[in-house]
Design a protein around this ligand. Structure first.
Ligand SMILES: *[C@@H]1O[C@H](CO)[C@@H](O)[C@H](O)[C@H]1NC(C)=O
Ligand SMILES: *[C@@H]1O[C@H](CO)[C@@H](O)[C@H](O)[C@H]1NC(C)=O
Ligand SMILES: *[C@@H]1O[C@H](CO)[C@@H](O)[C@H](O)[C@H]1NC(C)=O
Ligand SMILES: *[C@@H]1O[C@H](CO)[C@@H](O)[C@H](O)[C@H]1NC(C)=O
Ligand SMILES: *[C@@H]1O[C@H](CO)[C@@H](O)[C@H](O)[C@H]1NC(C)=O
Ligand SMILES: *[C@@H]1O[C@H](CO)[C@@H](O)[C@H](O)[C@H]1NC(C)=O
Length: 459
């Protein structure tokens, strides 16, 4: 290892470095200067028309002793925000605004830094008068009703963020604002739609927020727009004219004019049955009588929608089956009869000989027949229904009845009459009970008294 600690050598080196830099500082005489004043002026004047060339000038006056060259850092601020800096050896500089626009209006100030000293100037207000009248462009001056088209409002001479307004004016009417939108540029391209068929005029203007408050431009050129009616009401047919189940029908929806991107919908009870784009819609299906109702053809092109409707009436050739139970109140041990029947409404359109009957008990087929006769007991209790199948033009279709519940009743047994407590006392009230062991409610009890009167209770 060496003779002394390495730290002492480093300390020695550092102190000699300090000595050297101190010598340099004294030699250039850096500390002997003072910034006397900093002045700001606006040229040619602080109140100009838009488009004028404006210079913001900043002058520093510095007193010093034997300093050949000083470096000046100028910082320009508008409304407290730095907008420009300049490093120079001159004691004055300027910030040029060419051409000046309304957005350049504001309170200007500059700051001068020389070495470690700095000084602010006075504040001066620049007021730039006038906003450019905007220019309106449309990409289509004969749009269809509700068709979107492009509108562009621009003020190419302006700077900053502008808020644009678009107006619509009818002949002899007041302008109505139809859109207001902020832009980060000096133009705004957007889309509008007009729904009122006929002529109107479009125009635009813009607003700009200045320190002094919001200002509006003059209104742009007016452009006449002719809004055309769009006849896309669909034409609709349903074939055949008279529809009997289970016919296949054909529904057609089409529009007179050809538009490649028109959409045609066939709707029923807010459900889309079919849809096409740019061509007629032909939809075939087999409706049920319960599908009778309104069929709607709806067209949509861009934002325009039109519709037409026709009533669909599907005639039933035979009714929904009815399942009859006889007698309605069946007692255990008695015969009951279930029969399934339909009404045929149009014998000329449908041959009743094609009808086939099926009876079901608790969901499983019992017999293929219209009637069922049996003796009621617990095992025959259940839920019965029937299905009837018919065939028309080689197509079979079927219908189901509502369910019928068979629940055999138990007959009443011979009644028994008892006295409550088993004894009757002379001069005291007493209670009698008439009672049947078995029997399904309702049960009617009749009590015959000594004087031939009857007392009846229904339970
Ligand atoms: C000014 O500086 C020059 C060279 O840097 C030096 O020769 C001269 O003596 C200085 N004068 C005074 C008054 O310090
Ligand atoms: C101006 O000059 C100084 C010293 O040379 C430097 O530190 C500073 O970064 C410069 N500023 C700009 C904005 O150029
Ligand atoms: C006009 O602009 C709209 C909306 O951007 C566009 O759909 C349409 O095709 C344009 N029309 C023309 C003629 O360029
Ligand atoms: C703005 O409109 C006013 C009043 O119509 C008019 O005097 C002025 O010249 C217009 N300004 C511009 C920039 O066109
Ligand atoms: C739906 O419409 C298209 C176009 O008309 C057609 O080709 C198609 O067969 C239709 N669907 C049905 C189920 O009819
Ligand atoms: C079925 O019952 C109904 C009503 O009781 C009756 O009118 C009809 O004739 C019966 N049909 C058959 C096939 O028994």
């Amino acid at each position: 290892m060496g003779s002394g600690p390495p730290g002492s050598l480093l300390l020695l080196l550092l102190s000699s470095l300090l000595l050297v830099s101190n010598t340099v500082k004294c030699a250039t005489g850096e500390s002997s200067f003072i910034i006397d004043t900093v002045g700001l002026s606006i040229l040619p004047k602080d109140n100009v028309q838009s488009g004028t060339e404006v210079k913001i000038r900043c002058d520093a006056r510095v007193s010093s002793s034997n300093i050949s060259q000083l470096g000046y850092l100028f910082e320009f601020m508008r409304d407290g925000v730095e907008i420009h800096t300049a490093n120079t050896t001159e004691d004055s500089t300027y910030y040029e605004i060419n051409p000046a626009r309304a957005v350049d209006s504001g309170n200007y100030q500059c700051k001068v830094s020389v070495k470690n000293k700095r000084k602010f100037s006075n504040t001066k207000t620049l007021d730039v008068k006038g906003l450019q009248t905007p220019i309106l462009h449309l990409n289509n001056s004969t749009p269809y009703e509700s068709e979107e088209f492009k509108v562009t409002c621009s003020a190419p001479d302006e700077k900053g963020s502008l808020t644009f307004n678009f107006y619509k004016t009818f002949r002899d009417g007041q302008p109505q604002r139809i859109k207001k939108q902020r832009s980060t540029n000096n133009f705004l391209e957007t889309t509008v739609t007009l729904s009122h068929i006929g002529d109107c005029f479009l125009s635009c203007d813009y607003e700009i927020i200045l320190v002094s408050g919001p200002t509006s431009s003059n209104v742009s050129n007016e452009i006449q727009v002719k809004v055309k009616e769009l006849n896309i009401v669909p034409y609709m047919t349903i074939l055949p004219n008279d529809i009997y189940e289970p016919d296949i029908i054909e529904v057609t929806c089409k529009v007179q004019i050809h538009l490649a991107d028109i959409e045609i919908f066939l709707l029923k009870d807010r459900a889309v049955l079919n849809r096409t784009t740019g061509k007629p819609l032909i939809h075939r299906f087999r409706p049920k009588p319960t599908d009778s109702g309104e069929l709607i053809c709806k067209t949509e092109w861009r934002n325009v929608q039109k519709e037409n409707y026709k009533t669909l009436k599907v005639k039933e050739v035979f009714s929904k089956p009815q399942l009859h139970l006889e007698p309605v109140d069946v007692f255990e041990g008695e015969r009951f009869r279930l029969n399934c029947s339909v009404k045929v409404f149009f014998p000329q359109m449908f041959d009743p000989k094609t009808l086939k009957y099926h009876l079901y008990k608790d969901g499983t087929q019992l017999i293929s027949s219209a009637t069922y006769v049996a003796v009621a007991d617990r095992n025959r209790n259940g839920i019965y229904s029937c299905k009837v199948e018919g065939t028309r033009i080689s197509t079979s279709f079927h219908k189901e009845s509502e369910t019928v519940t068979v629940k055999a009743k138990v007959p009443v047994s011979d009644p028994v009459l008892n006295v409550v407590g088993g004894k009757i006392f002379v001069g005291k009230g007493f209670q009698l009970i008439c009672h049947s062991h078995t029997g399904t409610f309702p049960i009617v009890y009749t009590l015959f008294t000594h004087n031939g009167k009857k007392m009846i209770r229904k339970l």
